[in-house]
Write a protein that binds this ligand. Structure first.
Ligand code: ATP
Length: 344
């Protein structure tokens, strides 16, 4: 059994089931993200782990102990929300020490722990300030310190970066990851932002309509999506309806071009798919017409039309290389590993 085990969790609100049979094991010190669109049930699962929602069925087990029926404050869980939720009338130090005070930790020990936490989040000198005297990013770091101060066994982060602007979001997510690794604290991080999930997680659970569609490392989720939903939700995907000519030999036809894949295929219709960085302009391949070129600095993004649909190709900028012109007729290809085969 894993350190944190979610065992066949279900949740219904009235007649509506929003979480279906959710199973997950999180190892000690692991950082797992729940990624999915709005309304897929991420927050509901997190709230069941925290104890703010009671599962309709299933169990939450932490370190071998069934905590499903315990109140939130009995579970030794730290939580950070999207809105910083700091107490406005308390100083930073008082906010960080709040959970310790309610737990009855003596003043001297509390002061030591608060100082340690403020150092951990890189704000050692701001203990005397009030929340309104801090930036959004600093407030969220204080919220993290407050959650960590009682030394929880599990840290739950519910979209903690969503309210911050883009630059701060990136630096704070890296900081969260560093602190998480330093403390080796078991963590679940909820986000709808795929880049966020890909960049900082040990594993990602992609959720869709109350179900975990796929659980895997960031590279597995991106390179080997298990479902059509995962393939489309994480990253950009170009799709090409394909006719299977020879299932055993992996031979398909796309817009008149024959492509030999290194794997056997189902007999029915399939969709061949490729990420923008896997597609390239080649001497042979799927016929296309360049529709537009965007220069994004490090990346050149080409838009091409294939049989009336638009596809996207990304390639690294190379000074001196010529950009294709809109209207140019080209062929598109991908490496064997670059082609994904999706049903239908
Ligand atoms: N207390 C509640 N009563 C009724 N329905 C609820 C309740 N809480 C959540 N829901 C519904 O459950 C579904 C899942 O909600 P949840 O907040 O878990 O999704 P989410 O993936 O976290 O989305 P978001 O990112 O928008 O928060 C939604 O359809 C939501 O409307």
């Amino acid at each position: 059994m894993s350190f944190l085990t979610l065992d066949h969790l279900q949740k219904s609100f009235g007649p509506t089931r929003v979480v279906h049979d959710f199973d997950l094991g999180v190892e000690k010190g692991e950082f797992v993200s729940f990624l999915g669109p709005s309304g897929c049930g991420k927050t509901t699962v997190l709230r069941m782990v925290a104890g703010f929602e009671t599962p309709t069925a299933g169990r939450v087990v932490i370190d071998g102990r069934d905590v499903t029926r315990l109140r939130p404050n009995q579970r030794q869980i730290g939580m950070v929300f999207q809105s910083y939720a700091l107490f406005p009338n308390l100083t930073v130090a008082e906010n960080v020490g709040f959970g310790l005070r309610t737990a009855g930790v003596a003043r001297a020990e509390r002061a030591g722990r608060v100082a340690e936490m403020l150092a951990l989040i890189g704000l050692p000198d701001l203990g005397g300030r009030y929340p309104w005297q801090l930036s959004g990013g600093q407030q969220q770091r204080v919220a993290l310190a407050r959650a960590l101060a009682p030394r929880p066994r599990v840290l739950l982060l519910d979209e903690p970066l969503s309210a911050l602007d883009a630059k701060i979001r990136v630096s704070l997510r890296n900081q969260i990851r560093e602190i998480q690794q330093q403390l080796a604290i078991t963590t679940i991080f909820v986000t709808h932002d795929q880049e966020e999930a890909l960049s900082i997680s040990d594993r990602i659970v992609v959720m869709h309509k109350g179900v975990a569609d796929q659980t895997g490392t960031p590279a597995q989720i991106y390179n080997q999506p298990a479902t059509d939903f995962v393939a489309g939700f994480v990253g950009t995907l170009n799709r090409f309806p394909a006719e299977v000519l020879d299932p055993a030999r992996g031979l398909v036809r796309v817009e008149g071009a024959e492509i030999a894949l290194d794997r056997s295929l189902p007999a029915g219709p399939i969709t061949l798919a490729a990420r923008p960085e896997s597609l390239r302009i080649a001497p042979e391949g799927i016929p296309a017409e360049i529709a537009g070129v965007e220069f994004l600095g490090s990346v050149q993004r080409l838009r091409a039309r294939v049989a009336g649909r638009e596809v996207v190709l990304d390639r690294f900028n190379e000074p001196g290389s010529e950009l294709p012109r809109p209207g140019a007729r080209v062929c598109l290809a991908a490496s064997q590993a670059g082609w994904l085969v999706l049903p239908g």
